[in-house]
Design a protein around this ligand. Structure first.
Ligand code: GDP
Length: 445
């Protein structure tokens, strides 16, 4: 899967890994080639452009982590951006099937793998979630399709709605609903008719069925090998019928990975499952991390960079702790703490993560602390000179006035900040003395 893209990117990064330092030009050159690779992998132009911009922004100004090469660092950044783009806001494998019998509507073009996917999902629900599933084919134009579902049902031990000749799709959907309720089924799946191309009749039929069934999930099945076409199909279906997720089939083939990326970026719809073969077990929950790793084909590098970053962070924390133990807590440290707090969801978020920090939270708040002013406090520190940050005792009245003015605040705000700094410094010192396994070590994690 995704071989083309991986290979192309490998070429780009091989060249980068041979260089010592990562200049802005290097990033640009590399990303230009990533862009070409994405386009060749059938990612649409706007998506590729947007993606590159995102990576460029993230890469620029980012320090290269010690002990890894700049090329490896770029791989990690590209990987993270891929994951970010591919990640939706729902848990892909979590189908909404509370309130039995829950209807699931399956839509898609003929040959996309819709009937196969219906059966695969039914089997999954039965085996993994112990659900009773009823499947019904609404493909009245193709008796063979109805029989196919029946055969698959027998094969996996899932019931299908008996076929009644001459019934229209809406009538079948209603009968499935009644049967599912009477028969005590948890889920009923409606396998709608497919066509070779989207046409008015197909859409109308799916819409009519949707209106009577009121599905909890409408899953669009698309052939992952069809690249940009798959994206167009998805856009159309979503506009006309509304889909809650996409299943990409034939991802076992040597397809172009671009479809997954474009699909997500263009339609905004979450990819829920990927089909990986003809067998009834050949379906998996969509995992952005895994797909990104496959697109890049460089999973090892990604975990290497993650480890290196963790090590560096641990080293920095250790160094900082040693300084705090000696009572060296300067304005840069305070700034770092404040930024950390912002990242962790403010004061409450941060204190919530640390055992035994309730008391400190109160003290800091008593010292005039409030989440909203973190930004302003950081601004004050930024207005100080390097020397002043290292040793705030240098601050004279005139400088204080200037700093306060420079960041649009009062001298009293600055004084509060300085007081907080002193108090935190004292606390850090005390906590540092509690030794290696002490609270500070916990707090730094
Ligand atoms: P439908 O017309 O959309 O209902 O498509 P079918 O479910 O009948 O599938 C068409 C063909 O594609 C069948 O031969 C399936 O076995 C095959 N197929 C479906 N999903 C996959 C998949 O994920 N990988 C591969 N390799 N084949 C698949």
């Amino acid at each position: 899967m995704f071989e083309n893209l991986s290979e192309r990117l490998s070429g780009v990064f091989d060249r980068l890994t041979k260089q010592g330092a990562l200049s802005e030009d290097d990033v640009k050159t590399a990303l230009r080639e990533v862009r070409v690779a994405l386009l060749e992998a059938d990612v649409s132009l706007p998506v590729a452009r947007e993606f590159i911009k995102k990576v460029q922004d993230q890469a620029t100004g980012q320090a290269v982590t010690k002990s890894i090469t700049p090329g490896q660092q770029v791989v990690k950044i590209v990987h993270d951006a891929l994951v970010d783009t591919l990640t939706g806001d729902v848990d892909p494998g979590e189908l909404k099937i509370d309130n039995p019998p829950a209807p699931i509507l399956m839509v898609g073009l003929q040959g996309s793998g819709k009937t196969t996917t219906t059966a695969k999902l039914a089997k999954r629900l039965k085996e993994r979630e112990n659900k009773r599933v009823l499947m019904a084919s609404l493909d009245v134009n193709r008796p063979a399709a109805m029989e196919q579902l029946e055969i698959l049902g027998r094969q996996i031990g899932v019931d299908t709605l008996p076929i009644v000749k001459g019934e229209d799709p809406v009538a079948i959907a209603k009968r499935a609903k009644t049967q599912a309720a009477l028969g005590g089924y948890d889920v009923y799946m409606l396998d709608t008719a497919g066509r070779l191309h989207i046409d008015q009749e197909l859409i109308q039929q799916a819409a009519d069925v949707r209106d009577v069934a009121n599905p909890r999930e409408t899953l669009l099945v698309v052939d992952g090998l069809t690249g940009q076409d798959a994206v167009n199909v998805a856009t159309e279906f979503d506009d006309k019928i509304g889909v809650s997720g996409v299943v990409l089939t034939r991802m076992d083939g040597d397809g172009r990975g671009g479809a997954a990326l474009s699909m997500r970026a263009v339609t905004g719809k979450p990819i829920r499952f990927v089909g990986l073969g003809e067998k009834m077990d050949a379906i998996e929950t969509f995992e952005p991390d895994r797909i990104a790793g496959r697109i890049l084909g460089m999973g090892d590098i990604v975990s290497l960079v993650e480890k290196a970053q963790e090590t560096i962070e641990a080293e920095q924390a250790e160094k900082m702790m040693k300084r705090f133990q000696k009572g060296q807590f300067n304005m840069n440290d305070l700034k770092m703490q404040l930024e950390q707090m912002q990242k962790m969801g403010g004061m409450e978020g941060m204190m919530g993560m640390m055992p035994g920090m309730g008391k400190m939270a109160k003290q800091v708040q008593d010292a005039g602390f409030d989440d909203k002013i973190i930004v302003r406090q950081i601004a004050l520190i930024q207005s100080m000179t390097k020397k002043e940050r290292a040793n705030p005792k240098l601050l004279q009245a005139s400088r204080k006035k200037r700093i306060a003015k420079g960041s649009g605040q009062e001298v009293s705000d600055l004084n509060k900040l300085l007081k907080m700094h002193r108090q935190m410094g004292d606390m850090m010192k005390k906590m540092g003395k509690m030794g290696k396994g002490g609270m500070l070590k916990q707090a730094m994690k």
